[in-house]
Every structure is written in structure tokens, then in C-alpha cells.
Design a protein. Structure first.
Length: 130
């Protein structure tokens, strides 16, 4: 298998969903409830749904996958903590967002309840399958 391309340095909120998924080197498995946002028009609007008075100093994202929503959240938040149990996607998130996500501080894998969810997360985002 070819090594996924290195992330292209860009400002947050502009990474192409299809490219993020390709760089992850894996695709979502619906049998494991892995469903990825791929439409820029949808994912670009999600941070805008946060109420105006939301404290975005620290956002907790559950199920980061290839980082499509992570990228958009990093554009509006001071800090984003990502919980990802899939080792392939956790490794991808560390590569793709190495300047923003430090291991193990901001990216958890496996049993997040045992490693502890960081305190101070006032806003939680997750993607539920529809």
C-alpha cells in the first residue's frame, strides 16, 4: 500500500474532505458506525450553528475520523480535543494536525473513559449517523 500523502500546510477550515479521507488511507466502515462528512457545503456550516455565546476556547470532538469536522472546528476554537478509537484514524489525525493536536494530550484512542476526557470542554461536537 502506498504511503498517504503528507498533509498540505493550510489554514484551518479549508482542507478538502475528499483529500483528508484519501490521506487517511482508510474509508469509513458503516458496520462500525463510521460515517464521514464529505460535502463542503454541509461541513462548512456546522461551526456556524454554535450559539453566539458558546465558549469555543475548548471544543471536544467525539469521533474525529479523517478530520473533516476537526479542520472546521480548529478554525473557530482555541483548542480542540479529539477522541478517536480507530488507530488508523488516530494516527492520521496526529499526522494531519500535528501542529494543533499533541499526542496524547489532544487525541485519545481506545477507551476514552479510562484515559479521561479533559476538563474544561464546554462545547461537545459529534457526528451521529443519520
Amino acid at each position: 500500500m502506498n504511503e498517504p500523502d503528507a498533509p498540505v500546510e493550510q489554514t484551518y477550515g479549508t482542507r478538502d474532505p475528499d483529500q483528508l479521507i484519501r490521506r487517511a488511507g482508510a474509508y469509513g466502515n458503516p458496520d462500525f458506525d463510521q460515517h464521514f462528512l464529505i460535502d463542503d457545503r454541509v461541513v462548512d456550516r456546522i461551526p456556524g450553528y454554535l450559539p453566539d455565546d458558546t465558549d469555543v476556547s475548548h471544543i471536544l470532538e467525539i469521533g474525529g475520523g479523517p478530520g473533516v469536522l476537526t479542520d472546521r472546528l480548529l478554525a473557530v476554537a482555541d483548542r480542540v480535543t479529539v477522541i478517536e478509537q480507530d488507530e488508523i484514524f488516530a494516527a492520521h489525525l496526529r499526522r494531519e494536525f500535528s501542529e494543533a493536536i499533541r499526542w496524547p494530550t489532544l487525541c485519545y484512542r481506545r477507551r476514552c473513559t479510562r484515559s479521561g476526557i479533559p476538563r474544561g470542554s464546554d462545547c461537545v461536537c459529534c457526528k451521529s449517523p443519520i
